[in-house]
Design a protein around this ligand. Structure first.
Ligand code: ZN
Length: 175
């Protein structure tokens, strides 16, 4: 059971409560920072496009909440019931804000959060919530100002085929 093939767990086969990446170390490439009333995740080092920024750590839940990230149909990564002291960055996904022109993305097949492009030290790390969420627990109006802005962010089940085609990376969409 040590080949790379068998080591890859199919998210569809995971039961509710399954703990993902519980063996992985937290890393020093990222930090949470507050700005105005918000929290965000920021790069502490330059990060190369395509590299893993952090493992998607947590447990599988069948329901979305304000912080969870959808990893598959009816599969959402959430906090484990038992927490360790100062483990907030283990669940770094909780701090990643939405952007319609993001610099990161969730690789739902490998349970990682990766860099979509090169990210400079000090830059906020973002991803497009529409790439993972079929329906957000807490929809919101995006005011990112991008020409590509999706406006009201409700979930990818509300998008047109053309809008879905604009999402990158497309293969991460689970619908
Ligand atoms: Zn936007």
């Amino acid at each position: 059971m040590t080949t790379s093939d068998s080591a890859v767990l199919e998210i569809e086969n995971l039961d509710e409560g399954y703990e993902i990446n519980d063996h992985t170390e937290s890393n020093s490439n990222i930090e949470m920072k507050r700005y105005n009333d918000y929290k965000g995740l920021f790069a502490r080092k330059d990060i190369i496009a395509g590299s893993v920024i952090f493992p998607m750590k947590g447990i599988i839940s069948t329901r979305a909440n304000k912080y969870s990230v959808q990893m598959g149909q009816d599969k959402h990564i959430d906090f484990p019931p038992v927490r360790k002291p100062n483990d907030d960055l283990d669940y770094a996904w909780q701090y990643v804000n939405h952007s319609c022109e993001p610099n990161g993305y969730v690789n739902a097949e490998e349970y990682t959060f990766c860099a979509l492009r090169n990210i400079r030290k000090g830059e906020e790390i973002t991803f497009n919530y529409l790439t993972t969420e079929s329906e957000l627990a807490t929809p919101f109006r995006c005011e990112c100002g991008s020409a590509k802005c999706f406006g009201f962010i409700r979930g990818n089940k509300f998008l047109t085929v053309d809008q879905i085609a604009e999402l990158l990376p497309v293969e991460s969409i689970t619908t």
